[in-house]
Design a protein around this ligand. Structure first.
Ligand SMILES: NC(=O)c1ccc[n+]([C@@H]2O[C@H](COP(=O)([O-])OP(=O)(O)OC[C@H]3O[C@@H](n4cnc5c(N)ncnc54)[C@H](O)[C@@H]3O)[C@@H](O)[C@H]2O)c1
Length: 250
């Protein structure tokens, strides 16, 4: 495997499972030191072992992305431990699919809090260090930011915000050497896309509209796109989103 991240430090959220774990492992395998966070500590421990087996220096820690205090102390701890920060991968997220009328205001706020406000707070805490290293941010948006996702009023709105935030940071910080990009996964095989996420009485035709043309793939296909954007291979890519959806929205 090419080693695009030798000497680099990556901070990865949502690293206990799915796309976050696959990304941490990909960056670790390519030479990065990784600071991995999540609220699911058992899964995080497993990811930590996998990254160590790949030869990386790893720190794993609890960080709830809705807590500004936990975010700031973990970013500080990362820089304290590794001396720099080159890549922030905002991957932690939650999904809520339900009929629009059933979604409560509290549920709507919670989805925005984790998916969007968390991404905002992490970016704000990391940016001074990224300016120093001329590093980059890769956010995790979704195809639901690009096309209507049935039952995804809260989720799609949060991801639309992530996409807009990505472009904003790209233009605001590009001249200071920091790039900000995003991926838009389609249906990827993780716990998030497992059984029970769609309401029982969902309209199958509506869901089919959002289904991938190809078979769903595992999280490593998204990790590969994130790694490209974070690496020097993506050096002239800023404010871009890459769909990783097997062509569903082509
Ligand atoms: N799987 C898909 O089909 C798909 C499609 C589009 C976008 N995405 C996005 O990809 C990202 C990763 O999702 P995944 O599919 O790997 O799901 P996943 O459920 O396997 O992983 C999400 C991780 O985020 C963590 N998390 C949740 N709330 C958190 C919080 N408050 N603080 C810290 N960590 C928290 C979870 O513990 C979990 O480990 C999410 O942002 C998701 O919206 C996934």
């Amino acid at each position: 495997m090419v080693k695009r991240f030798e000497g680099k430090v990556a901070f990865v959220t949502g690293a206990a499972a799915g796309i976050g774990r696959a990304t941490a492992l990909r960056l670790a395998s390519e030479g990065a030191s990784v600071y991995i966070v999540d609220v699911a500590l058992d899964g995080l421990e497993e990811t930590s072992k996998l990254c160590e087996q790949a030869g990386a220096s790893v720190v794993s820690a609890r960080c709830d992305v809705t807590s500004e205090e936990e975010i700031r102390s973990n970013i500080a701890a990362c820089v304290e431990r590794f001396g720099r920060l080159d890549t922030l991968c905002n991957i932690a997220g939650i999904l809520l699919l339900d009929h629009f009328d059933n979604i409560t205001v509290d549920q709507f706020r919670r989805v925005l809090e984790v998916n969007l406000v968390g991404t905002f707070m992490l970016s704000q805490a990391a940016l001074p260090h990224l300016i120093e290293s001329k590093g980059s941010i890769v956010n995790t948006s979704s195809t639901s930011a690009l096309a209507g996702m049935p039952y995804g009023a809260a989720y799609g709105t949060s991801k639309g915000g992530v996409s807009a935030l990505t472009r904003t940071l790209a233009v605001e910080f590009g001249k200071r050497g920091v790039r900000c990009n995003a991926v838009n996964p389609g249906s990827i095989q993780t716990a998030m896309s497992g059984p029970g996420v769609v309401p029982d009485d969902a309209d199958v035709a509506l869901i089919a509209r959002a289904a991938p043309l190809d078979q769903a793939r595992g999280p490593e296909v998204v990790a590969a796109a994130i790694a490209m954007l974070a690496s020097d291979d993506g050096i002239h890519i800023n404010g871009e989103e890459i769909r990783v959806d097997g062509g569903t929205l082509a």
